[in-house]
Design a protein around this ligand. Structure first.
Ligand code: GRF
Length: 215
């Protein structure tokens, strides 16, 4: 069966890109990375794509509409069926978001709708929450909104600072993003308003990873 063609948009480190690359290295995984786009020429994530021979493009135009047209051309040219934003730090043009509605997902390091935007780990520490985590969601026009596909919870520990909490969440991200892409690729996701249902055949709680989950 042909694998779902994924386009990954990055701006920096690319560790979530790496998690997707690693997942796709298994021929049984139902998605493959068709192309990577970075809006920054010096994004370390670009080397991760190059190492695996994945085509990568830098589109650094500061104009939002110009970026959208160029990115759209690359993605369609590569036959991309799903866009995964992975540490992509630019606001996307509204026309691009509409064109890819229900075919573009994002990962954010908090339990949305708590702590959207910048520095979510800092926000979590400031709020004094005992748990935080990460969220994979379909992208809508407002930043860090959209139907939630999956979430993973991690504890916030006494003595945590932004870095230790971010590292704990990041480890969960690396498990959750490949899972969410797999669910999409297998056609298991149905969007109804703001909710995403996961089709039968998968345990209902698979999209909610919790701290006692050791797999
Ligand atoms: C991750 O924490 C992701 O959730 C957020 O930006 C960070 C990107 O990290 N959107 P990386 O580039 O994937 O390593």
């Amino acid at each position: 069966m042909p694998r779902l063609k994924l386009g990954v948009l990055i701006s920096g480190r690319g560790s979530n890109l790496q998690a997707l690359i690693d997942a796709a290295a298994d021929p049984a995984y139902p998605a493959e990375i068709a192309t990577v786009i970075s809006n920054r020429a010096n994004a370390p994530g670009l080397a991760r794509a190059a190492t695996r021979g994945i085509q990568a493009h830098v589109i650094a135009d500061p104009d939002r509409a110009v970026f959208a047209v160029a990115a759209d051309r690359v993605l369609r040219g590569a036959g991309v069926e799903l866009i995964a934003l992975a540490g992509f730090m630019r606001i996307l043009d509204a026309s691009f978001v509409v064109a890819w509605t229900d075919r573009m997902i994002n990962i954010h390091p908090s339990l949305l709708p708590a702590f959207p935007g910048l520095h979510p780990q800092r926000q979590a520490l400031a709020a004094g929450v005992k748990f935080s985590g990460c969220t994979v969601h379909f992208v809508r026009d407002a930043v860090d909104t959209g139907p939630i596909i999956a979430q993973a919870v991690v504890p916030v520990l006494d003595g945590d600072d932004e870095d230790t909490l971010a590292a704990r969440i990041l480890a969960a991200e690396h498990r959750l993003y490949p899972l969410a892409v797999r669910l999409f690729a297998e056609g298991r996701l149905t969007i109804a308003g703001n909710r995403v249902a996961v089709a039968a055949g998968i345990a209902p709680d698979i999209t909610a990873l919790n701290p006692s989950d050791r797999t």
